[in-house]
Design a protein around this ligand. Structure first.
Ligand SMILES: [Zn+2]
Length: 129
C-alpha cells in the first residue's frame, strides 16, 4: 500500500467536470478559461505533470461535428431553407457545442491522467538524453 492517493481522492469524472484538483477535489484546476493553474491552492499538487495535448479538442471536434452536421443535414432535407438561414442557425450552434464543453473535457482528461498515472512512455534503465 505505497499508493499515496488515498480513498478520499475524488472520482476523476466529478473532479474534472467541476474543474477541481484531481487529488483533493477542492482546489481550482484552471487559472483562465483553459489555462491551468501552476498548482493546487489546497493540497499543493503540482500540475506540471499535466499533458492533455490535443485530446480535449479532438473529442469536442468529433462530438460537435456529429451534432452540427447531423442537424444541418436533417434541416436541409426536411425544410430546404435558404443558405443564410443555415449560417444563422449553425454558426451559434457551433460556438455553443465547441466552447462550452471544451473546459469540461480538458478537466476530465487531466483528472483521468492523474488517476491512471498516465505519462510519456519511458524505457527502464535508460537515461534521458
Ligand atoms: Zn488539490
Amino acid at each position: 500500500m505505497n499508493d499515496t492517493r488515498s480513498l478520499q481522492t475524488p472520482h476523476p469524472l466529478a473532479a474534472g467536470m467541476k474543474g477541481r484538483c484531481p487529488r483533493c477535489g477542492e482546489g481550482k484546476l484552471f487559472a483562465g478559461f483553459l489555462d491551468l493553474a501552476p498548482r493546487c491552492e489546497r493540497c499543493g499538487l503540482d500540475y506540471a505533470f499535466v499533458d492533455a495535448g490535443d485530446g480535449p479538442a479532438v473529442f469536442v471536434i468529433l462530438i460537435a461535428g456529429f451534432i452540427v452536421v447531423g442537424a444541418a443535414l436533417v434541416v436541409e432535407v426536411m425544410y430546404e431553407p435558404p443558405f443564410w438561414l443555415h449560417a444563422a442557425l449553425w454558426g451559434p450552434l457551433i460556438l455553443a457545442v465547441t466552447l462550452a464543453p471544451l473546459r469540461i473535457v480538458k478537466g476530465v482528461l487531466v483528472a483521468l491522467q492523474y488517476h491512471h498515472k498516465a505519462a510519456e512512455g519511458r524505457l527502464e534503465g535508460r537515461e534521458r538524453p
